[in-house]
Design a protein around this ligand. Structure first.
Ligand code: ADP
Length: 260
């Protein structure tokens, strides 16, 4: 015969089991919603770049003569940058999936800051509009980073690509690195459209896109995952922005080992 205490314990156990089931159902529902959203975003976001790739590939295939090399190369570059763009979107989505399913894993390595910065700038250069320029520090060779390299690359890629995308031609994008004793700060400033003040509080929400940005392609997930990843790793991201003037995004992350 069960005592009152045993009965109470059993009720508590059942409640907990019930809670766990509800929790996993909720997670499953969220993942399903994510997949539906992913499918609609993918079909929408991939359409324009894919048709651009097809056009460029067709044209590149037509310019076969030696004196048409310039034209051929121009189209091949377009293909390269559009494929990179699609690849970035896919990486962002994979990140969300991993964050949501609790499968995000991090890997700490020691690497030179210049390695990641140079790689990100190299890729970003392909996206620059006419007369846009990226100013970035050349004296970072001795800065060694102990952090998740992929997350740093994903963060800088998102921020620099946004700076390019949301700024007009003939503007400057400035990358500044500030080395502190136990942290590293990277600031990315642009002279672009900025973020309307009344929408600034939503900017890190998943899928949120400001009114003035809607003419440009985008998914509204980049800033959300950058913030999630950085915060999981003890870092932060903040920004200042003025509509019509520009924006500065600042990331800071722990880095004890800043000099080689
Ligand atoms: P996406 O660029 O794909 O829309 P993000 O999450 O990277 O998604 O950015 C969310 C929104 O924040 C953008 O749609 C845009 O409205 C705004 N935003 C981000 N970076 C900038 C920037 N550098 N200048 C102006 N607006 C920006």
């Amino acid at each position: 015969k069960q005592t009152i205490k045993e009965l109470k314990e059993e009720v508590a156990k059942r409640k907990e089991a019930e809670y766990k089931i509800l929790e996993s159902l909720r997670k499953e529902r969220e993942l399903n919603e994510l997949k539906t959203k992913f499918l609609s975003l993918v079909s929408h976001e991939f359409k324009t770049p894919l048709s651009g790739i097809l056009t460029s590939a067709t044209l590149a295939g037509k310019y076969t003569e030696t004196d048409q090399q310039d034209k051929r190369e121009k189209h091949l570059k377009t293909i390269q940058s559009k494929v990179k763009y699609l690849n970035n979107i896919l990486n962002d989505f994979l990140s969300i999936e991993r964050l949501e399913s609790g499968k995000a894993t991090y890997k700490f390595d020691t690497f030179p800051l210049s390695k990641v910065v140079n790689e990100v700038i190299y890729n970003a250069n392909m996206l620059l509009k006419e007369g846009q320029r990226i100013n970035y520090p050349q004296n970072i060779d001795d800065i060694s980073v102990n952090f998740d390299e992929k997350i740093l690359e994903l963060s800088l890629t998102n921020l620099i690509n946004n700076a390019i995308k949301y700024s007009p031609a003939h503007t400057l994008i400035d990358v500044e690195v500030i080395k502190e004793k136990e942290a590293l700060t990277i600031k990315i400033s642009d002279e672009g459209m900025g973020i309307p003040e009344k929408e600034q509080k939503y900017i890190f929400n998943r899928y949120f896109r400001a009114e003035n940005a809607l003419l440009d392609q985008g998914t509204g997930i980049g800033l959300n995952i950058v913030k999630s990843h950085l915060e999981s790793l003890g870092g932060t991201i903040i920004f200042e922005s003025e509509e019509g003037k520009g924006s500065t995004f600042t990331i800071t992350f722990p880095n004890k080992n800043t000099t080689e």
